[in-house]
Every structure is written in structure tokens, then in C-alpha cells.
Design a protein around this ligand. Sequence first.
Ligand SMILES: O=C(CO)[C@@H](O)[C@H](O)COP(=O)(O)O
Length: 223
Amino acid sequence: MIKLAPSILAADFNRLGEQISIVEEAGANYLHIDVMDGNFVPSISFGMPVIASIRKKSKLIFDVHLMIEEPIRYLEVFKEAGADIITVHVEACQDLHKTLTQIKKLGLKAGVTLNPETSLERLGHVLGIVDMVLIMSVKPGFGGQSFLPETLDKIINLKKIAVQNGFNFDIEVDGGITKANVIDVLKAGANVIVSGTSVFGGNIKENVTDYQNIFAEFKQGIS
Ligand SMILES: O=C(CO)[C@@H](O)[C@H](O)COP(=O)(O)O
């Protein structure tokens, strides 16, 4: 199944609860939640209290992308706040295998991600244990950037590795995705689409519906 994960980084924080209800009712599958520490990435977003607060309001799967150094220190508190999936950066973990194992021991889905300039080879030793691989299609830290086209080859290569080895992790892609370029991302092999600006900018309900229609047409084309 192809899933849409609206990124709340692009939401209007003054109306956050209301906008989450709109994406949920319109048929979004996940809620993508970007946590930034001002250290691993230059910006600071929000943390556990915000997640705990929106958890009370939403039944969506909370897909928490930790752009923080040594996330192993915070896994339990993000679980308590309401995370369902926790994704960590290969560049931010001293012991990536241990960090991912710890996420799974907590009963959560474990995701791993890498910056656009980082090679897939860095993930070789963990691809057999993860539930999701997140391919960053912009430099992490800010919403509203343009999609990096060289990312498409990375998705294609990752999909090949998955098929050749019988891995069944999800392939999520995040950054600069629009209704115009999402088909290329799907064709490359992604099945979880993160979008901030192109969901929360303009008519949110219509944007979610448009994405779900594009996904349905794409699936019809390949079935
Ligand atoms: O993690 C990030 C940025 O670091 C992304 O989740 C962005 O928030 C995606 O936003 P758009 O590029 O769709 O505006």
C-alpha cells in the first residue's frame, strides 16, 4: 500500500490540532513529525510535549523523524509521548545497530535514514532489521526546499537491494515532494511519501485527496 505522511513542519502551529484533524479525515495514513535539535541540523522544531499533546487528538500513525544527535538517549520518552515509528539518522548514531534494536525492543517500528550525500553502503549492516528506510530528498533541517533529482537513483538502488535480498522494509522519501514529481518517486520504488508544503499549503483536504488519487492511478497502472 502507498502511504501519505503529511509533515507537520509545514502546518500552521496556531491551528495545529485542527489541521491534523483535516489531514486525518481526508485520508492521510501517517503523520510525519520532524524533531530537530539545533545540533545535528541547524534548526530547532519541537519535542515531546507537542507530540504528547497531539497524540490525545489523533489516531494516525505517528512517524517520528529524529534529526538529533545520539537519539538512543531519548527513545523511551518519544515512545511515551506517542511515537509509533521512530526513524534515526545513520550519521547521528555511534551504535546504529544498538539504537535500532532498542527501538524494536520498545515495541515500535524502527526506521533508518541518511543525508542526501551519505551512501547507501552505510546501511548495509542494518537493512535486515529495519521496518523502514527513509531517503532524504533534501538536506535535512528545513521544509520548503526543492527536491534533489539525484535522489531518484538512490531510491532505485535501495529498491533493488531490497528485492535481491528479500527485505520488505518500507521505502519512505522526504523533502520537496509535489503532486508534479511524486510519480517519479513512486516509479523509483518508494511506498511512503512525506509531504509538508504541498499538503499544508493551500486547501489541505483537497491536497490529501489529490495525493490519494495519484496513488490510486499509479497502482492501477502497475497492477
Ligand atoms: O524533514 C524534513 C526537512 O528536514 C521534511 O519533512 C520537510 O518537512 C518536508 O517538507 P516539504 O519539503 O514537503 O515542504
